[in-house]
Every structure is written in structure tokens, then in C-alpha cells.
Design a protein around this ligand. Sequence first.
Ligand code: AMP
Ligand code: MG
Length: 325
Amino acid sequence: MAVAVEELKAGGVVALPTETVYGLAADAFNAEAVAKIFEVKKRPSFDPLIVHLARAKDLAKVAVVPEELQDLVKKLTKEFWPGPLTLVLPKTEAVPDIVTSGLPTVAVRISKHEVMRGVAKELGNPIAAPSANIFGRISPTSASAVLAELGGRIPLVVDGGACGEGIESTIVAVDMDGGKPVLWMLRPGPVTREDLRKFARVAKPKEGKGQVAAPGQLESHYAPRTPLLLFEKPEDFVPEEGKTYGLLSYRGEEKDGYVGRHEWAVTEIMSPGSGKMSEAAVRLFHLLRKLDESGVDAIVAEPVSTARLGAAVMDRLRKAAGSAS
Ligand code: AMP
Ligand code: MG
């Protein structure tokens, strides 16, 4: 960890574990260092980064919370930080424009992972860290996946083991609408709509309100190189002559309609154990990588329920398939 802090202090970038996915980190207050993140990721400059804090009281360094939203922000941070909830709030002058792609707002969270939090604490500055993958590709959920993505392009990956959540943080813009606080859902994630509803109205961003150029909102993202196909129902899948297909199944059960439908070249099961969605979320990107590397012509993914955490899993599947959610 000390080596990572030194590298960041020197204006370099390093890959660090978080509880969601691995992040590519730089000192958020060093614009030149942040520029390296964009370079390494081949990320377009219109795509803003998430800023990680060491502790909640550091929020004031990066964000100005409007008076009428202070109560809500306090409740949200108390309940969900450290954890996989990213808040979009008006930014302070200290945050360089390159971090927010020139937006007046900043996306901020505190990771539950002690490495990310510890490094931010030692550095003394917030850390800008998007997922440690080439832009548009599958987010890495292990140190080996980071090396597969960015090996040779970065000096250091801190191996913190497999990510506990496996899916990127929930992002909400905290705003006022019609005189009342609202949470614009910019990206579904481990903190679900159902969790957030207890605190404020949760809504889809509308034109000009909480609306940003978020890749979470681009139609194709988190994508394998192999085409990923999603169907409304199993009968809609018609294999092409001479092509091989891999199946990404939720539970690997016949009754879901996909397993017995075709002679799959490979079958990967998201939730082989308890059939719980959290297991599916943890394994999703790992299995997408595996299927991508298996050499099949296309991957067919079983759709999952969109209740609670399923909304985030289904969002990533839709984006991997290149179809808008
Ligand atoms: P990544 O960590 O690669 O998943 O990317 C960070 C996500 O946070 C992207 O989807 C960004 O668009 C989003 N984001 C960062 N800053 C802002 C902001 N100021 N407003 C809205 N979304 C943001
Ligand atoms: Mg990303």
C-alpha cells in the first residue's frame, strides 16, 4: 500500500481494489495525474470520473451541498458510506475540470474496501478512480482481470482479492425537483432503488435534470468483444448454421428455458449456489470475461428479474448487448 501511495504522490496512476470493481487511481487534485487515467483507459474526455474519499468529513473538500439537500445527504452518507453509493453533487473549486469533464458537479463516494480508503487517507487527497479497464470494456473484478486489461500500461496493481460486490456502484444525482429532494438514478448498482426510496423519491433522469453524458447511460458499455445476445423469451433464439454459442445462465436450470434449447459450446452459471442475485452480481463480469475468451461466436444471456439488485445485473447485460435500457 505504501508503494501505491508513493506512486500517487509522484503523480502516477495505480490500480486499486474496491468492493465493487478494481479502480484506476490518481490524485484527484492533480490534473496531470488524472489526465493519465484518461490516456491509459483510452477514455474520452467527456466521461467524468468518480472521486473516492477517506472519510465522510472530507466531502466538503470536493462538494458543496446545497442547504435544502443537507439533511438528505447526511442521511444517505450515514446509511450507505462507506459503501457502493456514489452521489453527484455540485463541485468545489478544488476539483479540477478534467475530473468532472467540465461539469459543475462531482461524483463522490467512500469505498468499503480498506485498501482504497487507506490509500486515500495516507495520500491526504481524494482519489479519482474509474474502473480499471479499457473504455467500454468489462470492468475488472480481480487483480488478474486488471492485468489482462491494462498489463504493461500501468506500474502497479494492488491485489486485494476478488471484489465483494462485483458490479459498479449505484450513481444518483442529488437534486431538487418541484420543491422536493429527488435522487436521479444515473446507474443502478448494489444499493438498490428499493433501498433509496426510504430516503427520497427516486426517478429516471429527465432532459436537463440530472442528465449527463454518463457512459452508464451510453447504449453500449461493459461489453465483451464477442457479441452478447439477449432475448425477450427463449424461443426467440434461433441459432445460425455453423456458429457456436455460449450460454450465460442465471441458475443453470432447464425450467428457465435456455439450458436445453441448444447444444451450447460452453455454459456458465451466474448463481450456481443459492440462486441469489448477489452471487450473480459478484460473478457476472468474471463469467463474461471467461465466455469472451472461450472462442464462441456469440454469447446468449438469460434475462434476470429486475427486482432490487437484479436491476443492476440486467442493466449491465443490456449494455453488454448494446441495447439501451
Ligand atoms: P466508471 O467508474 O468507469 O464506471 O465511471 C464513472 C461513472 O460516474 C461514469 O458513468 C460517469 O459518467 C459517472 N459520473 C462521474 N461524474 C459524474 C457527474 N458529475 N455527473 C454524472 N455522472 C457522473
Ligand atoms: Mg467504467
